[in-house]
Design a protein around this ligand. Structure first.
Ligand code: B1M
Length: 214
């Protein structure tokens, strides 16, 4: 039963059919499937396939935009259904997609999962400058600053954040976590970020570990 629904979910994103995607998501929830499983095993493979087709020139920007819109709607719906099983007050996280980058689907899933695991999260959205991130982290009294970058051309902002924190003497005050499709542990180590997470589940584990170390 679930295998079929995951394939349908993938297909709705590849074809950029938001109405069908929402219908599959609602059906999955009604069948009692974990919303995160629907995202991970059904919809994410769809958007990854779209990315591959786009990258190899077999699909074009208007189609990518349609698929992204379907993905945004369906993850919006499923994110609301991710249940909170943890006590609140795990820690405070300020998070954003870096300046020049509007990819926020993955970051928003990370936010939902952090919230569901008891973190107090301030999501600044996308295309956010390093200066603003630091300012808001200060006001919010954040424990962690998280950044997402999906473009190789915007990853540099994660390095800039480390540099700005060091320059202003705030490096010790906030832990930093980086993520996004082109981001790796190697990159995180190279720029001096405190943690890297491959996906939203790992982001929660890493955030908890960072606070234990604090
Ligand atoms: Co864009 N795009 N895009 N795009 N897009 C990529 C990234 C690309 C790899 C596609 C490709 O060519 N194969 C390519 C980048 C190439 C490169 O940099 N080398 C690309 C390009 C080129 C572009 C444009 C330049 C296209 C153009 O205009 N010609 C343009 C740039 C716009 C800009 O940002 N300035 C553009 C635009 C767009 C849309 C707006 C149409 C749309 C985004 C809509 C939106 O986000 N609201 C879009 C999409 C959807 C994609 C792909 C297809 C899918 C991204 C996605 O949502 N993945 C993408 C190809 C790909 O990545 N496979 C592509 C699903 C999501 C769940 O995964 O975001 O990786 P992800 O998040 C994961 C983990 O990475 C991790 O957890 C998440 C959940 O598990 N994670 C974190 C993420 N952030 C984290 C933070 C953490 C921890 C973990 O801690 C803080």
């Amino acid at each position: 039963m679930s295998a079929g629904i995951y394939e349908s979910a993938t297909e709705t994103i590849v074809t950029g059919n938001a109405a069908a995607a929402l219908e599959v998501a609602r059906r999955g929830l009604a069948e009692g499937i974990d919303p995160l499983d629907l995202i991970k095993k059904g919809f994410v493979p769809g958007i990854n396939k779209v990315g591959d087709l786009f990258g190899s020139g077999r699909l074009f920007l208007p189609e990518l935009v349609l698929s992204a819109a379907a993905m945004e709607q369906v993850t919006g719906l499923l994110n609301e259904s991710i249940s909170s099983e943890q006590e609140q007050n795990q820690g405070r996280v300020v998070i954003a997609t870096v300046e020049g980058d509007v990819h926020d689907i993955g970051k928003t899933i990370v936010v939902s999962l952090l919230k569901a695991n008891g973190f107090d999260v301030l999501d600044l959205g996308r295309d956010v400058a390093v200066g603003r991130l630091i300012e808001e982290a200060d006001k919010f009294n954040a424990n962690i600053i998280g950044t997402s970058a999906l473009l190789t051309t915007t990853m540099g902002a994660q390095k800039q954040l480390e540099e700005e924190l060091a320059k202003s003497g705030l490096k010790g005050r906030f832990k930093t976590m980086v993520g996004g499709a082109p981001v790796t542990q190697r990159w995180a180590t190279r720029i001096g970020a405190d943690a890297f997470a491959e996906d939203a589940g790992e982001a929660v584990t890493r955030a908890k570990a960072l606070l234990d170390m604090a």
